[in-house]
Design a protein around this ligand. Structure first.
Ligand code: HEM
Length: 594
């Protein structure tokens, strides 16, 4: 028997070696990089300035290739806290799938993003964008907006959305301030509506869900202030929605939408560095405990983790409902209007067989359910199908909403950009015609604005790979196999060695023919990579660009947005995505007298 002191000494040496990671340091000794503290690595810098800024600083000092402490790299934080089905689903969804299974999934997803499919989605995307434009127009009218003679009667958005809750105004105060709106959240509702209708053929009622929640919050605030007694104040929205959905209260499809909308929002919120669980940074600090940390966290969850787990459960159940509804051919979860998918056999609309086949809008599930394991010919497991449903919802929601919010922010702070954008939208679409397929190539400046916004504010600010084999030459450096590699998208988007005037918002740099375009595009292919790079590049990138162009065109055709004071520069937060920290508060202004 070893004496206890020997065992303690052995454990201490093991922990020390694990924490100091001398082998890893030795293998990477030839790479430049900031000195790392023995136990903390670079965590203090990252917590202080945020990962994108920290990487940009490293790039300034050490050049485009640098090493950072292993604790920052490829160490799952919130995902790493999941157990059971949630963990399995994370690993099975297309974003994190690996090897042969990833290839199978990527192939299964592909037809949903073919040109033919995208063309089919266009009217639905336009319908969602017009819904948002209508809402913003109503708000502009509430405040008088650009309508100088004030001839429009005030309307509340909750009344407008048909919920019969018109007694609660859209925001607490009246007159001019009643037109303030967090456009980021509105855009988030729009992108969820788009996912619901294009992928699943379901109206998620995302706008109504948001209005209803605001009403509840306003009522709760009023109750707390002592001037309202009919509302409770102590339940979180998701719990409230959940209990009413379970009790069968309200319209079934609206409740389904609301639960799903809140779940998605909470997943992003409670995975952020600001609102997230303290177990997140702790897992970064102690990656050596990655196998036990999820058990500790789940046994002793803090409030943000409880909220995150609740939201994940809701999303899982909503995804399962969608799958069951599709399998049953019913419309249990909403007004599922889509035809059954005929994914593999759908003929291209113009009969050109060289084009990838398209799928019917709303039939993403049919596509996934028709996928077969190559070796066995078996369909995917239920959990695998549900993972793809969840992945499409999450991947299609916040990234695009953030990118659009950043675009609106930059347009509002650059009048010359706004003028050129409005001129393009007016000349192509006029005042009220939504964009059609043939209009999209005629909106190059609109696309350039979106691209430039994603250059300065890439919603996915970094992506990573694991070097399976090697060594691989990266610039002047040889990198050994097994090394996790991170592509610091934000940092490379602002590298002055690549981008002239990197900090300035100049959409023209994305217009072929412009001198700024030539200086980058010809010299550094792939310099602009908001959707990543290579075989694992974002599968939804064309979907997102189309959706964004349609949204910007539909909004700016009728409106402009004045930024509320105190938002320049815009505060951002980093979690699963780079997002506006406190939303994007604007006043919608009508462009035309109705
Ligand atoms: C502006 C919006 C979006 C941005 C900025 C964005 C960005 C990204 C990035 C950076 C990656 C990682 C790529 C890499 O590692 O090289 C990615 C992957 C992915 N994105 Fe997007 N994305 C957006 C919209 C969408 C949409 C609308 C969908 C629709 C479902 C989607 C689905 C996915 C999926 C499934 C993957 C994983 C692909 C794979 O690993 O094979 N994304 N996205």
């Amino acid at each position: 028997m070893f004496p206890l002191s020997m065992i303690c000494l052995a454990v201490a040496i093991f922990v020390l070696v694990a924490l100091l990671d001398p082998a890893g340091r030795w293998r990477m000794r030839h790479l430049p990089g900031p000195p790392a503290l023995p136990f903390l690595g670079h965590l203090p810098q990252v917590l202080k300035m945020g990962t994108p800024t920290f990487f940009a600083k490293c790039r300034e000092i050490y050049g485009p290739i640098f090493k950072v402490g292993g604790k920052l790299l490829n160490r799952p934080t919130f995902r790493g806290l999941m157990l059971g089905d949630h963990k399995k689903m994370d690993d099975m969804g297309l974003v994190l799938a690996r090897d042969g299974y990833w290839r199978l999934m990527r192939t299964a997803w592909q037809p949903a993003f073919s040109s033919a499919s995208l063309a089919g989605y266009l009217p639905r995307m336009a319908a969602c964008a017009l819904q948002l434009a209508d809402r913003m127009e109503a708000l502009a009218q509430v405040a008088g907006g650009a309508v100088a003679d004030g001839q429009h009667p005030a309307r509340t958005l909750s009344g407008y959305s048909g919920h019969g809750t018109a007694s609660i105004p859209y925001t607490a105060s009246s007159s001019r301030s009643s037109s303030r709106v967090d456009l980021w959240r509105e855009l988030g509702s729009m992108t969820l509506q788009v996912v619901g209708s294009t992928a699943y053929g379901v109206d998620l009622h995302a706008f109504e869900a948001m209005d209803e929640e605001r009403c509840e919050q306003a009522a709760a605030a009023a109750t707390a202030a002592g001037n309202g007694s009919s509302f409770t104040t102590n339940h979180a929205p998701s719990t409230a929605a959940q209990s009413r959905a379970g009790a069968g209260g309200g319209n079934g499809s609206e409740m389904f939408g609301r639960v799903l909308v809140e779940a998605c929002r909470d997943i992003f919120k409670y995975s952020s560095n600001i609102y997230g669980s303290k177990y997140g940074p702790l897992s970064l600090l102690l990656p050596e405990l990655q196998y036990v940390m999820p058990y500790i966290a789940n046994a002793l969850p803090d409030r943000p983790l409880v909220k995150l787990l609740q939201a994940r459960k809701q999303l899982l159940e909503s995804s399962r409902t969608l799958v069951n509804s599709w399998k049953g051919g019913g419309a249990a979860s909403g007004n599922n209007t889509s035809a059954k998918a005929a994914p593999q056999s759908a003929a291209p609309p113009d009969g050109d067989s060289s084009k990838a086949p398209g799928i019917e809008p709303g039939s993403f599930l049919g596509l996934i359910l028709s996928a077969r394991e190559k070796s066995t010919g078996q369909p995917l497991s239920d959990l695998s199908v549900i993972s793809q449903v969840q992945t499409f919802i999450l991947a299609g929601y916040e990234t695009t909403a953030n990118a659009l919010a950043f675009a609106v922010y930059n347009i509002a702070t650059h009048p010359e950009v706004e003028s050129r954008l409005l001129a393009e939208v007016d000349s192509v679409l006029g005042r009220d015609r939504p964009p059609s397929e043939s209009d999209l190539p005629r909106l190059p400046y609109t696309e350039a604005v979106f691209n430039e916004a994603m250059r300065l504010y890439p919603p996915a600010h970094a992506t990573s790979r694991m070097l399976a084999s090697g060594p691989v030459k990266l610039g002047a450096f040889s990198v050994p196999p097994g090394t996790p590699i991170m592509m610091a998208i934000h940092s490379s988007h602002t590298d002055p060695r690549v981008w002239p005037r990197p900090e300035e918002f100049i959409p023209e740099r994305f217009l072929p023919g412009d001198p700024l375009h030539a200086s980058v595009a010809a010299r550094v292919p792939g310099a602009h990579a908001p959707f990543g790079y290579g075989v694992r590049m974002c599968i939804g990138w064309k979907f997102a660009v189309q959706e964004a162009k349609v949204a910007l065109a539909c909004l700016y055709q009728r409106l402009r947005f004045d930024l509320e004071p105190g938002q320049v520069p815009l505060a951002t937060s980093v979690g699963l995505t780079l997002a506006p920290r406190d939303g994007l508060w604007v006043r919608p202004m009508l462009r035309w007298r109705p």
